[in-house]
Design a binder for this molecule. Sequence first.
Ligand SMILES: *Cc1c(COP(=O)(O)O)cnc(C)c1O
Length: 369
Amino acid sequence: MSKAQETVLEIDLNALTHNFNYLKSKLKPKTKFLAVIKAFAYGSDSAEVAKHLQQLKVDYFAVAYTREGVALRDAGITTPILVLHPQTTNFETIIDRCLEPSLYNAKVLNEFIKIAEQQSQKSYPVHIKFNTGLNRLGFCKRNVDFIIEKLKATNAIIAKSLFSHLAASEDKNELEFTNDQISTFKSIAKEFSDKINYTPWLHLCNTSGVLNYANAHFDMVRCGIGLYGFGNSAKEDNSLKPIASLKSIISQIHKIEKNQTVGYNRAYKAVDIEKTATIPIGHADGINRIYGNEKGFVIINGQKAAIIGNVCMDMIMVNITNIDCNEGDEVIVFNSTYKASCLAESVGTISYEILTSISQRVKRSYLHK
Ligand SMILES: *Cc1c(COP(=O)(O)O)cnc(C)c1O
């Protein structure tokens, strides 16, 4: 690892390989692997992550929105891409860029068929999403006949897969609920397959589903957070490697007197003679304002330095009164030792949010042997 000279998000592609292989080791050899790279590959860099995973022969990608899929095509990605949450206004672009929509209600199904027919498509692959308890997106079981009727009436599209999403796959207390979701999904899939003359793939599990429900991997799994190094449990976190390290440097050190204040609105007041360090990273970079006022911290020379006062747009000030350090020294926000999941816990959020908040302003650099 190189020493930071400015704010940088270092992305370790070797760690990505490790996580991919670890998650794959949990699957049967025939189970396909879909890598979820929405939200800039969980705040890292979707093009670089996708290129790397494509080299590793990942079977599928998923993004949330159409624009994210277009960006991958623009970067030269040729692997199939499932768009989890397309809008009807994007359907022409979807077909134009060879993206595959998730169709989750009658309106989007009808509209996609209409556009695929207008464009004389034959067997264009789509993915039918079912709601089995998350109550977010998806058809329900009683819609199966309607969907089958629509599919039989057109040759413009085929249901490449049927899928659903687990609501609490990381929570062992929700075993019963999750098993209910699994059996609902199975019964929808059976009814659907019985009524159509081909066999769509089935997929249900996200990362925690893969790790906790080996009986529910079906034909493909959809992993996001695990690829980026987090397994939603202390045990799994030990087997995975965070791929992203967010680093910065100390721009300036101040010695302040008792009762002097730090930052906007004078939100921090020194209780004694104290030392502060100013770091070039702020809420516009993804250090959320709620990390301020000593909720969040950074690591300097192996020690925790609390963020004091309000987080500014481009800077934070931290308390280094008891830390031996100098201007120009490296600052770690998170890395593979000081994990984003720990910072998340202390500010009351989850690793997903910490990672995806890192803004596009932060320079990316890559480690690859
Ligand atoms: C984001 C997402 C995933 C990936 O979940 P992880 O917990 O990050 O593995 C899988 N499926 C769907 C539908 C998603 O929206």
